[in-house]
Design a protein around this ligand. Structure first.
Ligand code: NAD
Ligand code: UGA
Length: 466
């Protein structure tokens, strides 16, 4: 294959948008077109004011501003972009199935298959297809099957190139990745395709950080990486409960074990539970794959990571109830944060949603403040659970754009997301406007509990017993 000069990416979401913006920035000689069926999303990516792009990520608007209109384009013309591209990234959503066989565990590959069929229909010349979405191991063989039965003589090479960026740090992660992983066939044509993708990343990623493997190792490594990361969070969270019983302090324990270079300090921050669009979905997928091969013990092992995470979210909500004298009926609880982590407007699988749902069942009134999440998203997240009517969610939850207003007259504040700005608030002012005793439940160990106690707050930080 000749040098790649035209790339298309199907899916302009949290992965497609930022990854393609970075490729376009680093490779001005390559024309990058990101396409999506969602017209509103594409319109937002093309918004004149680059601050209105649909994905909030620190530094992303600058990257988009530099390349957009030069060699980065966002469009709804999917067929045209497929036709023109030599390399096509598939970066569509792969959520957990909500129906049929594998419901609640397997990945729903409906959108992946639609892309493959569309590529098969449109393509008139040879193309490299890159799996950017996170996929179950062996998905490439299904894609290949669809693409090679078109009968039009077009040759396709399928590569796996999973994305490891984390939301909130996507730009840094893409600019200086720990590694780029590319899986391809061990045939002469497969090797040429792998090299074509290596050459693109080599424009800014040091060669030793570009790993090449077979397709299956690459697909499985992505699920494995997320499973390991989530497992660390569940492991530390499981110990918060022991700490709360024993006067050990989870922050001290995390530091003590994290200084062992074999364990390392990252991903040991205790929390109200992990969220995000991928950890749960990818582990469930791994569990499903293991079960489908009859590997019961392997499946049970990984499933425990999810069980512990669900427990942590429920436990946090129950602690609030218990501490508010066993009833939250009619009580106002302010939520600081709704996003699943700081520096993102993404709320998918955020712990806040489940904690709110639990408290609403107990008839609490919740007022939510999040610096980046809009009101309609909060209601959409709660309505999606189908626990109660939309009107009841509206009646039980208020979304407030001023943090001081959000906690005025409240019985308690629950910190659900670790936004930095929470630390710098005028906590005396907050205290003065709350009902007494004024309580804080810090699900992120974000706030300085001693300082807050000096003001008069009663504080419970997760994994500590003071
Ligand atoms: P997303 O839902 O934000 O974006 C997917 C986009 O694909 C949507 O805008 C949707 O309209 C579009 N789409 C679906 N089918 C289409 C079709 N046939 N034609 C055109 N557009 C179509 O999802 P995301 O968060 O970007 O995740 C995409 C994939 O990347 C998933 O497999 C996910 O597991 C993986 N991933 C996500 C992250 C993350 O941080 N969000 C990180 C690494 C990997
Ligand atoms: C995660 C992985 O970190 C990425 O490598 C991967 O590409 C991505 O999933 C994906 O496949 O979607 P992301 O979910 O964006 O990225 O964010 P993380 O920083 O991993 O945080 C996930 C959740 O775990 C958040 O709710 C976060 O608050 C929580 N967490 C993380 C903790 O509770 N404690 C920690 O120590 C770390």
């Amino acid at each position: 294959m000749e040098n790649i000069t035209k790339i298309c990416c199907i899916g302009a979401g949290y992965v497609g948008g930022p990854t393609m913006a970075m490729i376009a920035k680093k490779c001005p000689h390559i024309q990058v077109t990101v396409v999506d069926l969602n017209e509103a999303r594409i319109k937002a990516w093309n918004d004149e004011d680059v601050n209105n792009i649909p994905v909030y990520e620190p530094g992303l608007s600058d990257v988009v501003a530099e390349a957009r209109g030069r060699n980065l384009f966002f469009s709804t013309e999917v067929d045209k972009a497929i036709d023109e591209a030599q390399m096509i990234f598939i970066s569509v959503n792969t959520p957990t199935k909500t129906y049929g066989a594998g419901k609640g565990q397997a990945a729903d590959l409906k959108w992946i298959e639609l892309c493959a069929r569309q590529i098969a229909n449109i393509s008139k010349d040879n193309k490299i297809i890159v799996e950017k979405s996170t996929l179950p191991v062996r998905t490439a063989s299904a894609i290949k099957d669809i693409l090679t039965h078109t009968g039009n003589g077009v040759q396709f090479q399928i590569l796996s190139n999973p994305e490891f960026l984390a939301e909130g740090t996507a730009v840094e992660d893409l600019d200086a990745p720990d590694r780029v992983l590319i899986g391809g066939d061990n045939t002469p044509e497969g090797k040429v395709a792998v090299q074509a993708l290596v050459d693109i990343y080599a424009n800014w990623v040091p060669k030793e950080r570009i790993l090449t493997t077979n397709v299956w190792s690459s697909e499985l490594s992505k699920l494995t990486a997320n499973a390991f990361l989530a497992q660390r969070v569940s492991s530390i969270n499981s110990l918060t409960e022991i700490c709360e019983q024993t006067e050990a302090d989870i922050n001290e324990v995390a530091k003590a074990i994290g200084t062992d270079s074999r364990i390392g300090p990252k991903f040991l921050k205790a929390s109200v539970g992990f969220g995000g669009s991928c950890f749960q979905k990818d582990i469930l997928n791994l569990v499903y794959i293991a079960r489908s091969y009859g590997l019961q013990e392997v499946a049970d092992y990984w499933e425990q990571v999810i069980i512990m995470n669900d427990h942590q979210k429920r436990r946090f909500a129950n602690q609030i109830i218990k501490n508010l004298y066993n009833t939250v009926n009619g009580k106002k609880i302010a939520f600081f944060g709704w996003a699943f982590k700081k520096d993102t407007n993404d709320t998918r699988e955020s712990a806040a949603i489940y904690v709110a749902d639990h408290l609403l069942n107990e008839q609490a009134h919740i007022s939510v403040y999040d610096p980046k999440v809009p009101e309609n998203q909060v209601y959409a997240d709660l309505d999606y659970l189908n626990t109660r009517e939309a009107e009841e969610n509206k009646a039980g939850v208020q979304v407030i754009t001023d943090p001081y207003e959000a906690c005025k007259g409240s019985h308690a504040i629950a910190v659900l997301t670790e936004w930095d700005e929470f630390k710098g608030y005028d906590w005396q002012r907050i205290y003065d406007n709350m009902l007494k005793p004024a309580k804080i439940f810090d699900g992120r160990n974000l706030l300085d509990a001693d300082k807050l106690r000096a003001i008069g707050f009663q504080v419970r930080s997760i994994g500590t017993n003071v």
